[in-house]
Write a protein that binds this ligand. Structure first.
Ligand SMILES: Nc1ccn([C@@H]2O[C@H](COP(=O)(O)O)[C@@H](O)[C@H]2O)c(=O)n1
Length: 597
């Protein structure tokens, strides 16, 4: 773990059930390879994960079993370790490559920008040669201009110890927001291609392994499931999923399941399968059995599951990578303190609006006090921001260079349209937040969906989860995750209390988490929030500058149409505060207002 990482807190644990074939899975790590430096439950780093997978491999191989390591994308954007270097990702890429990964795929974040996808092609794919799969992604090669597969479409391999024959694919969901140097083919079309049809007709296969940046419950996985089952009615299928930032497990039939392993290096997903046939013969069991576990990413869990301790657990490579992370963080000055947050600000643990909501803080403080383009003088304005632009909570205590990127990693700037009637802006907000169903009927297939305006976790959990008795969680959170010094209390301080955290319910029940936690409430947030910036008057202005973060422009255009506002946002908008991003505004505000005592 990193030198400043809090020690994990002991908690009751459920064991891993090892099987003939075992998997460790990460997804949506978004640059958090240093682990969580303010949350003991997730405080292990990528070096610890390397030690964990090496120790697990020793353990399972000693019993004649196999272990495979999977990563399903969105490794970039979301943490200073990725975002704060120039060019972005140079430190991260060097850290990531030390893990032995058997199947690795791309997420949507690898494709938003030209340089990110080119880095995948020129660095990550070669770093993981033979492991990186891209079943439905092509890229215009930066040197030849030719459209080529980002990586091989699929591969067939056999496991080291038992010779289990596996055909593996690597998919991305039907993503449309990629930069135009890549082409993402719809999954539903890809599976009709000859190469896929040939691959699933191979009779010498013991397991189809479908890894991808695709939710566990999704139309894309269902399409693949149906296509495979159409020709191979009983070959086991193991899907590895991502994108929604949740822990999830889906059962497609008794021989086909999907695992999703959370986000931000909070979770190491574990799967085991028993009862597979191998190259040397059929299985003795009539049915395969699947077991899943969501491991909290901390050393307490890792020691427990490997049966090792602080002296025996770390491997040489693991230690080296933890050291590399520490050096990279120092070089990037990620511990530089910009201010001290006086209280916790939550994305979804409190209702919105609320004094402790990060969105209320943005609306009532940050946007109002920082958004000002000198060229627009004192004109009143309304600023619109999508809630998904914010990625993480702010904890009471030090606000560092790293915090800046964890809460707001995107590089979007602001645009504006002048002289929009205030009433129309309110109608637009109404459409964006309340009339989303009506709006979606106006969309044709070429328009983006409205859903991605919110944080991904909310897409997966449309219902609020509210625990009346949040006393334990609240008290614990205040003292452990956001104490002014950011130093967690030791186990003895909270003796007898269960640590708040994941309490996952999935298709296999409610016993998936390795750590038994107290539940945390989850409140919904709107698609978009707004701030009225009315320089000289307290009344409601007739017309305003409609300022918005770039990401929402296509959604705004649709909502405006429905609100009866004839506006061509592409032609009639202009840049607001050139070269300034939301991240810059937040940092500026924090520096001015959150002085450390
Ligand atoms: N420039 C961007 C990019 C993304 N978002 C938000 O993130 C969501 C997608 O996140 P995943 O990690 O699930 O891919 C997207 O739905 C937006 O809410 C953004 O705001 N700006």
């Amino acid at each position: 773990a990193q030198p400043s990482a809090p020690s994990p807190i002991s908690a009751p644990l459920r064991d891993l059930e090892l099987g003939q074939l075992n998997f460790l899975h990460t997804t949506d790590t978004h640059g958090w390879l240093a682990g969580h430096l303010q949350e003991p439950s997730y405080s292990a780093d990528w070096g610890d994960y390397i030690s964990f997978s090496e120790r697990m491999r020793e353990k399972v191989e000693a019993q004649g079993q196999d272990l495979l390591v999977i990563d399903t994308g969105d490794r970039v954007e979301g943490n200073g370790l990725y975002d704060s270097s120039e060019p972005k990702g140079v430190y991260l890429s060097e850290i990531l490559r030390h893990q032995h990964i058997d199947v690795i795929t791309s997420g949507n974040h690898e494709l938003y920008k030209q340089n990110t996808s080119e880095t995948e092609l020129l660095h990550t794919v070669p770093n993981f040669r033979g492991k990186y799969l891209a079943s439905n992604i092509d890229i215009y090669h930066p040197e030849t201009g030719e459209l080529v597969p980002l990586a091989p479409r699929y591969k067939k391999f056999t496991t080291d110890l038992q010779g289990i024959r596996i055909v593996a694919f690597g998919f991305l969901f039907d993503f449309t927001g990629n930069y135009n140097n890549t082409v993402v083919q719809r999954v539903e079309d890809t599976i009709k291609e000859d190469w896929f049809q040939e691959a699933i007709r191979d009779k010498e296969v013991d397991l189809f392994l479908v890894a991808g940046h695709v939710p566990a419950h999704s139309s894309e996985w269902r399409a693949i499931y149906k296509e495979i089952r159409g020709t191979r009615w009983d070959t086991p299928i193991q899907f590895f999923s991502g994108h929604q930032h949740i822990r999830d497990y889906a059962k497609y039939d008794s021989k086909a399941v999907a695992l999703a392993s959370g986000r931000f290096m909070e979770t190491i997903g574990f799967m085991s399968i028993d009862g597979l046939s191998t190259g040397s013969g059929p299985s003795k069991e009539s049915q395969p059995t699947f077991k899943r576990r969501y491991i909290d990413n901390n050393l307490f869990s890792f020691y427990h599951h490997t049966g090792l301790d602080a002296d025996t657990f770390p491997t040489k490579k693991g230690r080296k990578v933890s050291q590399l992370i520490a050096e990279s963080r120092t070089a990037l000055q990620l511990d530089q303190v910009h201010g001290c947050a006086p209280r916790d600000l939550w994305m979804s643990r409190v209702p919105y609006p609320n004094p402790n909501s990060i969105y209320t803080w943005l609306e009532t403080k940050v946007l109002i006090e920082t958004l000002k383009d000198e060229s627009r003088g004192e004109r009143p304005s309304v600023a619109i921001l999508n809630s998904g632009a914010i990625r993480f909570d702010i904890f009471k205590g030090v606000f560092t260079q790293d915090t800046t990127w964890t809460i707001s990693p995107f590089t979007n700037g602001f645009r504006y349209v002048k002289d929009v009637p205030y009433e129309k802006v309110q109608l637009i907000m109404e459409v964006l937040n309340k009339q989303t169903k009506i709006l979606s009927t106006l969309q044709d297939n070429t328009e983006p969906s409205l859903l991605p305006l919110v944080p991904p976790e909310q897409l997966a959990r449309p219902e609020e989860i509210i625990f009346d008795d949040d006393e334990l969680s609240e008290g614990w959170l205040t003292s452990n995750m956001g104490g002014s010094s950011q130093v967690p209390l030791s186990a003895s301080n909270i003796a007898g209390k269960i640590v708040p955290g994941y309490t996952t319910k999935d298709d296999a029940g409610d016993d998936g988490d390795d750590t038994i936690h107290a539940p945390i409430s989850f409140y919904k947030v709107p698609n978009c929030i707004q701030a009225l910036i009315s320089a000289n008057s307290s009344g409601v202005p007739e017309k305003v500058d409609l300022i918005y973060i770039e990401f929402v422009q296509p959604y705004l255009a649709l909502a405006a149409k429905f609100a009866g506002l004839e506006l061509d946002f592409v032609k009639e908008s202009d840049v607001y505060m050139p070269n300034i991003t939301l991240t810059d505004l937040i940092l500026d505000w924090v520096r001015k207002h959150w002085k450390c005592e």
